[in-house]
Design a protein around this ligand. Structure first.
Ligand SMILES: Cc1ncc(COP(=O)(O)O)c(C=O)c1O
Length: 415
């Protein structure tokens, strides 16, 4: 056998559709300005696929700060890992401002959310410790856990009864090993838009001894009275022991951070392998992030616009009988019944006949027989965009109910 054999024969649950789907359903090329309308295959489409929640991706002031950062520093600066030769006062300033924004003593930058989360988990637990986590945890949480030598227990998504059962089990184990318990959830679940039940999880702290880590990739900048995140929304910043946010969404950049007590952040600084053994975040990213954070703090209008669009879109779709599940965040999932053939037909119809571009999620990412069309409203969508989209989705639902979508996978190219 050759390790390359699998590349020919078993390209994986998603890869199996590559030949028919690539370039259209997967790896599509969206072109033009990052905005509510972009070009796809030569035609302008209304785009609901970008996690550009606050519309900062193409904000002129943000673009100016990014360009200035690159002009002043280039992409190379600083050279080396933070610990060796990659420390700057701008990295430190950004960390101080992030910590203040999320109401924590201290924060540390991560080059990417994904690797950062893997590394936070890896650093926080040793073989005596037990991790208890939600079954719908993001891949970065799962991968962080794969490095863990101790026990890990999963509870069904947001099922608090089962969480308690696992906490009881974990407590028995750490009583013997002398370790601790780390509970991991997300603030906002990025597929269905529902929130981690932070209030109920935190309430277990009265009975069980554990630390809580939240991945708030979708909540940072969107949730809470000041946009400081899902724990701010719940009024529980003092109970969430480790807060993780990424710059990939509301901040429309790249990079991430973790925030906590000073001693914990100091420990992470000296133990997170993703940061010790990797080059520091480049200066334009840091300068750009400082600008974005200032806007998050001082320009609440972006968040207000976002929520105006979210509320109009979600109430409009619900009024037309579409099933949005239990979203409580800007993430707007439209659940329909069907398999991959219907999912591709609907996506094709939306793109070609309505010029609406949204993301499509089907089995194996979600259960068989379900289709999820995922809409991400942003601050730069308009109420006309919403009205048009609600009407289009109502028509699509009607067609699906009338079984108008043919049962074969639609060819990917536009005629
Ligand atoms: C819940 C969640 N955690 C972590 C990440 C990874 O963050 P990054 O894109 O900064 O690597 C993402 C996706 O971006 C995410 O949705």
């Amino acid at each position: 056998m050759d390790v390359f054999d699998k590349c020919e024969s078993a390209i994986g649950p998603l890869g199996q559709y590559a030949n028919q789907a690539e370039g259209y359903y997967v790896f599509p090329k969206l072109e033009g300005e990052l905005s509510n309308k972009m070009m796809f295959q030569g035609k302008e489409r209304l785009v609901w696929s970008l996690n550009n929640y606050l519309g900062l991706a193409n904000n002129p002031e943000v673009r100016k700060a990014d360009a200035q950062g690159a002009a002043d520093w280039g992409m190379a600066y600083p050279m080396g890992a933070r610990m060796m030769s990659g420390q700057t006062r701008y990295h430190e300033e950004l960390e101080q401002k992030l910590a203040a924004f999320v109401n924590r003593e201290s924060a540390y930058l991560l080059n990417y959310g994904y690797q950062g989360m893997v590394s936070i988990i890896n650093a926080m637990v040793d073989r005596k410790d037990v991790i208890v986590y939600d079954s719908e945890a993001h891949a970065c949480i799962i991968d962080g856990m794969r490095l863990h030598f101790g026990k890990r227990f999963v509870y069904p998504h947001n099922n608090m009864e089962n969480l308690e059962k696992e906490l009881r089990r974990a407590t028995k184990i750490v009583d013997k090993t002398g370790g601790g318990i780390l509970v991991i959830t997300e603030g906002v679940y990025g597929m269905a838009g529902d929130l981690g039940k932070l209030d109920e999880i935190v309430a277990f702290k009265e009975k069980y001894n554990f630390r809580l880590l939240i991945d708030d990739a979708h909540g940072f900048g969107t949730m809470g009275p000041t946009g400081a995140g899902t724990d701010e929304h719940f009024g529980l910043q003092d109970q969430v022991d480790l807060y993780f946010g990424t710059f990939a969404k509301s901040m429309a950049g790249i990079g991430a951070f973790v925030a906590s007590k000073q001693s914990v952040v100091k420990y992470l600084k000296y133990n997170m392998r993703s940061q010790i053994y990797a080059k520091s975040l480049p200066m334009p990213m840091v300068i750009g992030a400082l600008k974005r954070l200032e806007m998050l703090k001082n320009e609440p209008e972006h968040r207000k616009n976002l929520w105006k669009i979210v509320n109009a879109l979600q109430s409009g779709l619900r009024a037309k009988g579409l099933d949005l599940g239990v979203t409580a965040s800007p993430v707007t999932p439209v659940f329909l019944k069907g398999g991959i053939p219907e999912a591709t037909q609907i996506t094709y119809d939306l793109r070609e006949n309505y010029n609406i571009f949204c993301s499509i999620v089907a089995y194996p990412v979600i259960p068989k027989g379900q289709i999820l069309l995922r809409l991400i409203p942003t601050a730069i969508h308009t109420l006309e965009d919403v009205e048009y989209t609600v009407k289009a989705f109502a028509e699509v639902k009607q067609k699906l109910d009338n079984q108008e979508y043919k049962l074969e996978m639609k060819a990917m190219t536009a005629e």
